[in-house]
Structures are given as structure tokens and as C-alpha cells.
Design a protein around this ligand. Structure first.
Ligand SMILES: Nc1ncnc2c1ncn2[C@@H]1O[C@H](COP(=O)(O)OP(=O)(O)O)[C@@H](O)[C@H]1O
Ligand SMILES: [Mg+2]
Length: 351
């Protein structure tokens, strides 16, 4: 909950100070402006003590708490078997939970299961399209499950196919689409009833880098239109690129839940690769920093969290070394993920 400073103003049509409780819901993307009022951000999803034990005794979720705010682009990460798909199954009402609470846009899953379903669009991990159906009927059938009239279903189908750039393929059978197009069709199908929360279980699994990047653009556009997105992915670069908050699940428990930049700050050191404009002299060292020369033009340096990169640049300047470029040696989120979920691993693999 956030209290708004009294000196700022928000249009009277939005805040009515005469309301008895002076509590208003607002999408988290809007700036805080108001007149001595309290804004309570609407949570898109909240999980409290969520547990799942499958009939075979596997404890897939061991008590998960997390909150996703409206408008967020949220990453749910974890190694295989961590419980991501189980959690998504429960939220989307396909899997029965063993215990705990699930709320979607304020609706309690136990009490108002239909309202929860209407708020959510989901793309499953496996492609589950009817491959012998054309694109418009695929979307219209889905809209039918949510009670849209045929006219509205047709209108939404058109809108969604255009949004995922599949309008030109509308008369093709799903089986004739490429892998990336099938994934996009699943996103269109998930969006056809205009859900406020879109949950994507590994939407870019197995698609090549070019298509993955165009998917990122599409997902960002959807999020910018106000749809909350929860994404699970194996590509940590993807999560780092798109999501501002994340949770890492491991063996049914949350090991990290925070803003992306806070999570990345947990790394005890960072490794950079620095390319030079001209060859360095042999055996050049920099006091206080561990350096590995890859060649006379390129070095790797480890910068501990308590030291700054500036300090290292000062050393480079003092030695008269001109830098051509700098980059992280590995993806930082990946590095942290490996440390958190595979603590027994002796070291990180090289590039
Ligand atoms: N239907 C099921 N019956 C029994 N065990 C299951 C079932 N589905 C998943 N599991 C088990 O639950 C754990 C979590 O799986 P899952 O939710 O698929 O993880 P993730 O999506 O993170 O890879 C795994 O140990 C998996 O084998
Ligand atoms: Mg999964």
C-alpha cells in the first residue's frame, strides 16, 4: 500500500476524496499522483503457502508465496522439475492444489473459480493446437469456451491474429505453420478472450534466436497495452531482457524473489571481457585485480562486488591501455541461477 503525498494531484475523475475508505486501485505502471489518498495496487496474482503433492507422493510445491502486480512482466524461473508447470497448472485451474491460497485480480480460486479463469490466458509448454484446424476457427472455438458471441469472437480473432502477425496465414491449417508461427498462434489463442493476465510456459522453447527476438517484441507490446505477463523460460537472457521482477523456484520452493536489478546485485563478483585497441605488453598486471589474458588484445577481469569497475579503469588508464569494448563474460542471471540451483557445481563453464 502506498500513501500519496498531499501536494500532488490526480484528476478528480480518478480519485474521489469523499470516498469513505480513500482507497483506490491503480495499475502499477501509473505514476503515484494523488491528493492525500491511499492507492492500493491491484495484485494480478497472489499465492500464499501454495502446496502440491501428486498422488505418487512427489511434493512438487512445498509452500510458495508470491505476488505479481498488475502490469508487471514477471519471470518464474527454475531448473527442470522445480514446479513451474505445476504452479501454472494450479493457477489456471487444470491441476488441483493440495493446500494454500490463490487469488487472481482479487478473485479467490476456491470461491470464484470461473472469474479466475476469465482473467487468465495461458500458453502451455507443449504445442497443443488442433493441427487440422485453420487459424480463425482455432481462435473462435477458444473464444466460445469463454462465452463470447460469434460476432465478438470473430472480431477478437481478427484483432489477435493481426497482433501476432498471422493475419496473412488465417486460411492455412495450423499444421502448415512453422514452429515460431505455432507459438505465436498459441499466444493469439490465449489472448482471444482479452485476459488481464497472460501466463506463458516456455513460449520460446525450441525456436531459433531470430524468432525468439521477434517474440520478445510481441510480448513487450502486449505488456505495454496493460496485460500482466508471467513468463517461464529456460533462456535466462530472455528473462533478464524482458522482466523486471522474478522468482526462482527450486525443488518446489522459492529461493529468490525480487526485482531483477536487486537479484543481479547478489553476485559476489562480476567477470568482464575487455578488448583493447592495441596489443598490451607481455605480462602486464593490475594491482588488486585478477586478470587473465586471452591474447595480447583481450583480457578477462574479475571485479568483486565491493570494488568498482571504475577502479579497474583507473588501473588501465595508468598503464596507458586503450579500451575498444567491454562486455560481461557470461549472462549474469545465468551465473546467479547456477549458483543458487546447482550449489555443488565446482565452477562455471567458460563461454
Ligand atoms: N502429473 C504428475 N504426476 C506426478 N508427478 C508429477 C506430475 N507432474 C509433474 N510431476 C513432478 O512434479 C515435479 C515438478 O514438475 P513440473 O511442475 O513439471 O516442473 P517444471 O515445470 O519446473 O519443470 C517434478 O518432480 C515432476 O516429475
Ligand atoms: Mg515445465
Amino acid at each position: 500500500m502506498h500513501t500519496i503525498p498531499p501536494h500532488t494531484s490526480l484528476g478528480p475523475h480518478i480519485l474521489q476524496p469523499s470516498f469513505p475508505e480513500e482507497v483506490f486501485y491503480a495499475p502499477s505502471r501509473f505514476p503515484l499522483r494523488g491528493r492525500g489518498c491511499t492507492i492500493r495496487y491491484m495484485d494480478a496474482l497472489s499465492l500464499e503457502g501454495l502446496t502440491k503433492t501428486y498422488p505418487n507422493g512427489v511434493q512438487a510445491l512445498k509452500g510458495i508465496d508470491l505476488t505479481v502486480r498488475e502490469g508487471e512482466f514477471y519471470a518464474l524461473l527454475g531448473p527442470n522439475g522445480a514446479g513451474k508447470t505445476t504452479a501454472i497448472g494450479i493457477i489456471t485451474t487444470l491441476v488441483n492444489k493440495t493446500g494454500g491460497k490463490v487469488r487472481v485480480y482479487g478473485h479467490d480460486l476456491d470461491r470464484d473459480h470461473e472469474a479466475v479463469k476469465k482473467c487468465i490466458g495461458v500458453t502451455p509448454q507443449e504445442v497443443n493446437l488442433n493441427l487440422f484446424e485453420k487459424l480463425i476457427p482455432t481462435l473462435m472455438h477458444q473464444a466460445g469456451y469463454f462465452g463470447l458471441t460469434p460476432r465478438q469472437a470473430r472480431r477478437n480473432a481478427e484483432k489477435c491474429l493481426k497482433a501476432v502477425r498471422l493475419w496473412d496465414q488465417r486460411n492455412m491449417l495450423a499444421r502448415t505453420l512453422s514452429g515460431g508461427m505455432k507459438r505465436r498462434l498459441m499466444i493469439a489463442r490465449a489472448m482471444v478472450h482479452e485476459p488481464r493476465l497472460l501466463i506463458l510456459d516456455e513460449p520460446t522453447a525450441g525456436v531459433d534466436i531470430e524468432i525468439r527476438r521477434s517474440m520478445w517484441e510481441l510480448l513487450r507490446e502486449i505488456n505495454e497495452r496493460g496485460v500482466t505477463i508471467i513468463l517461464t523460460t529456460h533462456y535466462l537472457e530472455e528473462a533478464e531482457h524482458l522482466c523486471r521482477r522474478l522468482a526462482i523456484l527450486d525443488q518446489g520452493q522459492i529461493v529468490v524473489e525480487d526485482r531483477m536489478e536487486q537479484v543481479l546485485r547478489q553476485l559476489p563478483e562480476q567477470h568482464f571481457v575487455i578488448s583493447l585497441q592495441s596489443p598490451a605488453r607481455d605480462g602486464l598486471k593490475f594491482k588488486g585485480f585478477q586478470v587473465h589474458w586471452r591474447s595480447r588484445y583481450e583480457l578477462e577481469v574479475e571485479v568483486p562486488a565491493k570494488r568498482s569497475l571504475n577502479e579497474f579503469f583507473e588501473r588501465l588508464n595508468a598503464a596507458g591501455v586503450q579500451v575498444a569494448s567491454i562486455r560481461h563474460k557470461t549472462n549474469r542471471l545465468e551465473e546467479l541461477f547456477v549458483r543458487l540451483t546447482m550449489p555443488d557445481l565446482p565452477g562455471l563453464p567458460d563461454e
